[in-house]
Design a protein around this ligand. Structure first.
Ligand code: F6R
Length: 646
């Protein structure tokens, strides 16, 4: 980790008043954007550490308001590191957590009480009596008194010196859901459906998520002397934009923060991606017209004026903040043709390269004509969901395709699915102790208890066999389907271990063994703490290790997106079209993953099944190409090239 002083110099997150930071008329909250959420978290931790030390010098308590959820995890990990390695003491620290589910016991692994101890309190020298977390196990009659006392206690310390926040997709801060009043105080509140569905994967199903919570009020939060809100990932981009740019409105409670005199949003690129200044910078001020920004602007303009590329006029450009671009490029005529050609050259039905063809304007090299290919699939089904059509083409065009499943995906198999297989096995061999043990263990069905090792093994095997059925259907030999079972994933719970050396070594070994000319991997950044991101990081780390080995000189890396988001049109380097028949073949390949069909466990708030999402997304991409003036394909899978050599 980087030292505190260096971190502060890296990017200053201290609050700046409007007019200083606000280089755009759109933004109403001070915000700082980072490309790496880990660095951002370390900088926030450094600010908290500096405050704790300052208060120590003054001999006064440091009163911190703390949040739970995925956003602050790295901040807490860094605070623990500062305690262990740099002597930061928490003896003068008093904490007040924002919220707790209701009803909820302290021992429940889903409780915020458990979370805070697991990530922070158990690892630092805070005095237990200085830890305050709303109590989820109170009798209903006692809740009101508790809330009043919580407020009084915060006041008795002179209020919160620092409040750390996350933001929910409803715009909640704490659990102040839409409709919360500016003057609200600590109270019991009913959770929104979206909040509950976002939490449903941790609770293994929506029905297990509590309907209520005790939360500090908006006013309680607003009275903090300093507020830092963290938001990471594409999933937060829309609500971050609304909060920073829209008017203050109780339907997005986080907009109240516009009135705070010392609040900073710390964002990563994905969470900031919908801000006007970032999404459409030409509407805000002069731009540095890089190739990527030019593409982004031209495709955006087509959408804005409902025209294809070759129909755009000088007036269209001038009316939409792109006069600078026109001046640079000469005329709309030249620019349009250039953009049209670039887009056209992304399309190829030969994802492994077209043998004996001039490849100057093709996304892939013609040589070698037969390539060795690795498709990395974070879970056992992302290969066919995200690139089933391209996978099929690569096999059909004679390349040696290996699918490498990075994790076992075992937690996504439901108990009733596992029971079905265990009972089939037991009915063939009724005396088998292992089968009986599995059945008994599943039938116990204890809440929030990690599955027994043999149940997890069965669940992993179910996913393996489904994958092999799908890869057989696409036409590769079983020996070319590899299952890495990366150790970081094997905790048996939603919370995974951090990426370790063992994971990276396993990744390096499989790449060395196959010596691929092409690697496909999931470049999914929607959830920066999710499995896809860790799997991607494991590849990036492996590439760093391997890049000097000679076989890597001839290895290109292509990133596909996971089930939720597609690349922006300006980010696509290769677009592989599919015919209606190929769409149907892809659908059949996805169908082999039966444990992930019909009410899958980790659906998120999108109720469509994976094959439907995949088809709609591929159809939509094809539609965008058509709207921009290119051929009308049934569906398209999109890839972005990743350059790892310096
Ligand atoms: C947690 C809390 C919530 C979360 C928000 C974002 O104590 O009060 O407001 O901060 O729901 O959650 P994550 O960080 O998991 O996206």
């Amino acid at each position: 980790m980087i030292a505190e002083e260096q971190l502060r110099n890296l990017k200053d997150i201290s609050y700046q008043e409007a007019g200083i930071y606000e280089n755009t008329r759109f933004e109403k909250i001070h915000n700082v954007v980072f490309d790496d959420s880990n660095i951002a978290s370390a900088i926030v931790a450094a600010e908290i550490a500096a405050l704790i030390r300052k208060k120590q010098e003054e001999n006064t308590p440091c009163v911190l308001g703390l949040a739970t959820g995925s956003s602050p995890i790295k901040v807490y990990e860094e605070l623990v590191r500062l305690h262990k390695e740099e002597g930061l003491s928490f003896e003068n620290v008093v904490t007040f957590n924002l919220d707790e589910y209701y009803p909820m016991t302290k021992q429940n692994v889903q409780s915020y009480h458990y979370f805070m101890h697991e990530y922070l309190f158990n690892h630092v020298d805070i005095k237990p009596e200085n830890v305050n977390i709303p109590q989820g196990d109170l009798d209903a009659d006692d809740v009101l008194d508790f809330c009043v006392a919580y407020e009084e206690k915060i006041k008795s310390y002179g209020g919160l010196d620092f409040q750390l926040l996350g933001i929910g997709r409803t715009g909640h801060i704490g659990f102040n859901e839409p409709g919360s009043h500016y003057n609200s105080r600590t109270r019991l509140i009913t959770l929104d459906h979206l909040t509950r569905s976002d939490a449903s994967s941790s609770f293994l199903g929506l029905e297990n998520v509590p309907k209520k919570a005790i939360t500090m009020g908006v006013r309680t939060v607003m009275e903090a002397k300093r507020i830092v809100l963290l938001a990471w990932g594409q999933n937060k981009a829309d609500i971050v934009k609304q909060t920073i740019e829209d008017e203050i409105d109780s339907s997005v409670p986080a907009t109240y923060l516009q009135q705070h005199h010392n609040a900073t949003f710390v964002l990563n690129d994905e969470a900031a991606s919908e801000l006007t200044r970032i999404k459409t910078p030409w509407l805000v001020g002069p731009c540095d017209w890089t190739e990527e920004l030019t593409k982004k602007a031209v495709f955006w303009l087509c959408d804005r004026v409902s025209k294809s590329i070759l129909r755009l006029t000088d007036k269209d450009y001038n009316d939409n903040g792109m006069e600078g671009l026109l001046a640079k490029e000469g005329s709309s005529y030249d620019l349009n043709i250039k953009m049209f050609n670039e887009l056209q050259h992304t399309i190829s039905g030969w994802p492994g390269g077209k043998p004996n063809a001039d490849d100057t304007n093709r996304p892939e090299r013609a040589e070698p004509a037969k390539k060795r290919v690795i498709i990395f699939s974070p879970h056992p089904d992302d290969d066919v969901i995200s690139m089933g059509g391209t996978f099929d083409r690569l096999v059909e065009q004679g390349h040696e395709v290996h699918v490498v499943y990075q994790t076992s995906g075992n937690i996504a198999v439901s108990n009733h699915e596992a029971l079905k297989f265990a009972e089939v096995a037991a009915s063939l061999d009724g005396d088998n102790e292992l089968y009986q043990k599995i059945i008994t263990s599943i039938n116990k069905n204890e809440e929030y208890v990690v599955d027994a090792p043999e149940v997890r093994a069965l669940k992993g095997l179910i996913r393996q066999r489904e994958s092999v059925a799908a890869t057989r259907f696409v036409g590769i030999p079983d020996s070319q389907a590899h299952f890495l079972n990366l150790p970081f994933y094997e905790t048996g719970t939603i919370k995974k271990n951090p990426l370790g050396q063992e994971d990276i070594d396993i990744m390096c070994n499989i790449i060395r063994e196959i010596k691929p000319h092409q690697i496909y991997a999931a470049g999914d950044l929607a959830d920066p703490h999710g499995t896809h991101k860790v799997c991607l990081d494991s590849l990036f780390e492996a590439l760093k290790v391997l890049k000097s080995e000679s076989f890597m000189d001839d290895c290109w890396v292509w990133l596909y997106r996971g089930a939720w988001h597609e690349w922006g049109m300006h980010e696509i380097d290769m677009a592989v079209p599919m015919s209606p028949d190929q769409v149907l073949r892809k659908r059949r390949a996805i169908f082999y993953h039966q444990s992930q069909k019909d009410g899958v466990m980790f659906q998120g708030d999108d109720s469509r099944e994976f094959w439907v999402r995949a088809e709609e997304r591929n159809k939509e991409t094809a539609g965008k190409y058509h709207q921009l003036g290119l051929a009308d394909y049934a569906a398209i899978e999109a890839f972005r090239r990743y350059y790892y050599q310096d």
